[in-house]
Design a protein around this ligand. Structure first.
Ligand code: GRF
Length: 203
């Protein structure tokens, strides 16, 4: 399956997907990387991997709809079948999301449905959680609320700070995201009636 990845920053999850796509048996290939910020290191990672990378700077558009129309056009021109959000820090409108229903994934650094939104690690520590983690989910118009595909667990250790917990979590993210993408690319998970169903659950 042809995959497009949207990034805003460092792109370490993008790197995990690029590395996984390089395996001979990988059921997906990354064909396009789009960033909304010129300083997103993810653009460089894509170029180093020989993948087309484009900056679509949200600040050069009058509004969300025109920005998203540019993203959508680039993805469709490249023949993208699955979109992965990997540290993409713009909220997407329902109009854009609905054009990719069941074909768009996001990674979030918490065990959803706990801690949607930002500052997840600080909030997990403030809540005295013993276990933290990450979630790869299908994207629906509600932010960080789509059906879960894969979760990874991370222990919270004594003395953890948001930074130390983030560092432990991102390692787990890098394993979870390629697994979830492979499941979607191989049609082992599907969005049906608002929830993720696994192939072996279907009649
Ligand atoms: C990750 O923690 C991801 O879960 C969140 O943003 C961060 C992106 O990191 N959505 P990177 O750009 O993949 O290194």
């Amino acid at each position: 399956r042809r995959v497009g990845v949207l990034v805003s920053g460092s792109g370490s999850n993008l790197q995990a997907l690029l590395d996984a796509a390089a395996a001979p048996e990988a059921p997906f290939e990354i064909v396009l990387v789009l960033a909304n910020r010129p300083d997103a290191y993810g653009l460089e990672r894509a170029r180093l991997a020989g993948i087309e990378a484009r900056l679509i700077d949200h600040r050069s558009f009058a509004g969300r709809e025109t920005f998203e129309a540019a993203l959508d056009a680039a993805l469709r021109e490249a023949g993208v079948e699955i979109v992965c959000l990997a540290g993409f820090m713009r909220v997407l409108t329902a109009g854009f999301v609905e054009g990719w229903t069941g074909r768009m994934l996001n990674i979030h650094p918490s065990l959803l449905p706990s801690f949607r939104g930002l500052h997840t690690h600080a909030r997990a520590l403030a809540g005295s959680c013993a276990v933290a983690g990450c979630t790869v989910h299908l994207v629906t118009p509600d932010l960080d609320a789509g059906p879960v595909v894969v979760q990874g667990l991370v222990p919270v250790l004594p003395g953890d700070t948001p930074e130390s917990l983030a560092a432990r979590t991102i390692e787990v993210e890098h394993r979870a995201y390629p697994r979830a993408l492979a499941m979607l690319a191989e049609d082992r998970v599907r969005l049906e009636e608002g929830r993720a169903t696994l192939a072996d659950e279907r009649p």
